[in-house]
Design a protein around this ligand. Structure first.
Ligand code: NAD
Ligand code: GLY
Length: 360
């Protein structure tokens, strides 16, 4: 089995992202090689993922000689909460976790964000390893150190920048993912295709619509991780260039919230958001009609939505205004001046209103 390595180079240290089919069964050895002093681990996962991958991970950790516990939370975004974090702190204390104990996050973005937050805050920070099992987590959320839990009033509002020591990506885990969860990951993949430029765009285009052959995705996962590693290395704390990773997210986040986080999952909502951003860029004369059509074709081939169904555009607009207040009035639209040329730009409120109307 071949393993690819992508390095995330931060100002004070670096860490590896290892990508290869079947890596879960080798994860004990890989963790030992990256964290030679580690002997005790707590794996945080959910019940669904534990049933699928817990046994393989357990065998591998035993073989590597680790003393470990596997703790689970129920599956679902609503468990990405301070309540869950608090229960996990209790489990860590019962295990006798100290500052050398490693947290291993086995799961999608919900588990990665929650376990990452717990690792960042328990004893003011203990080592973290991410083993992402959804496409969204493999191309985006497990890399870059954004950890968070939700508040009743706002998603991802309580969190910390806290980088893992190692990310282990086993694309084989994508075989058990539902078609919808695979699609939400493709939303992020399409985002990378447009913000990074033609080479990735062509690669993604060549594998969509997806066949059952998950291995088609491996070079794409590697490229997405490379691109994200580069951006995070340059702007770890999201003060500048990292904003480009939020392409499609301004309208996307508002749509997710207005639709109550049910009708649209994250990737679906950002697909609609990228459609909105493409329309705004076309109105500014930055994207050609052909480039807008390229986006529609790629998102369509991924099975992603391009419009908001049964959603009042005025409610989305209200949400955007509310968000703008929270970010102290900053103009946070990421737009393209051509494929691979993302910029952060202000947008005339009348154009936003008209764009939202066009998306219905
Ligand atoms: P998720 O973590 O909720 O996983 C989706 C579902 O798939 C869950 O039911 C999970 O149990 C199941 N699952 C996971 N892996 C599986 C597998 N291999 N086989 C079968 N089922 C599996 O969803 P997600 O889309 O991975 O993550 C969404 C979360 O990520 C959101 O909370 C979002 O805020 C966060 N996020 C974080 C960042 C970041 O930079 N930290 C970036 C994007 C999104
Ligand atoms: N997912 C956006 C970021 O990591 O900045």
């Amino acid at each position: 089995m071949s393993t690819s390595k992508v390095k995330v180079k931060l100002s004070d240290r670096s860490y590896d992202i290892l990508i290869g089919s079947g890596l879960i069964v080798d994860s004990g050895r890989l963790i030992k090689a990256s964290l030679p002093n580690a002997s005790r681990l707590v794996v945080i996962t959910n019940d669904e993922i534990n049933k699928l991958y817990g046994r393989n991970l357990k065998t591998s950790l035993k073989e590597a000689g680790f003393d470990f516990a596997i703790v689970t939370v129920p599956a679902g975004e609503r468990y990405k909460s301070l309540t869950s974090a608090n229960k996990l702190y209790g489990k860590l204390l019962n295990f006798g976790a100290d500052r050398e104990t490693v947290i291993v996050a086995l799961g999608g973005g919900v588990i990665g964000d929650l376990a990452g937050f717990v690792a960042a805050t328990y004893m003011r920070g203990i080592p973290l390893v991410q083993i992402p099992t959804t496409l969204l987590a493999q191309v985006d959320s497990s890399v870059g150190g954004k950890t968070a839990v939700n508040h009743r009033l706002a998603k991802n509002i309580i969190g910390a920048f806290y980088q893992p020591q190692l990310v282990i990506i086993d694309p084989e885990t994508l075989r058990t993912l539902s078609a919808r969860e695979l699609r939400t990951g493709l939303g992020e993949v399409v985002k990378y295709a447009f913000i990074s430029g033609d080479p990735l765009f062509e690669k993604v285009k060549s594998v969509l619509p997806l066949t059952d052959n998950i291995s088609d995705l491996v070079p794409i996962i590697i490229d997405c991780c490379r691109f994200k590693a580069d951006v995070v290395g340059e702007d770890e704390h999201d003060l500048g260039r990292r904003a480009i990773l939020n392409y499609g997210h301004t309208i996307g986040h508002a749509l997710e919230a207005v639709a109550g986080y049910r009708q649209y999952n994250h990737g679906e909502a950002i697909s609609v958001g990228m459609m909105g951003a493409a329309l705004v860029a076309r109105a500014k004369g930055w994207l050609s009609e052909d480039e807008v059509q390229d986006f529609k074709a790629l998102a369509g081939a991924a099975g992603l939505p391009l419009t908001m169904k049964n959603i009042d555009p005025d409610k989305v607009l209200e949400h955007l205004k509310h968000d703008k207040k929270r970010t102290k009035g900053s103009d946070n639209f990421v737009l393209l001046k051509g494929r691979g040329k993302p910029v952060v730009s202000s947008v005339d409120p009348r154009v936003i209103k008209e764009t939202l109307r066009c998306l219905t």
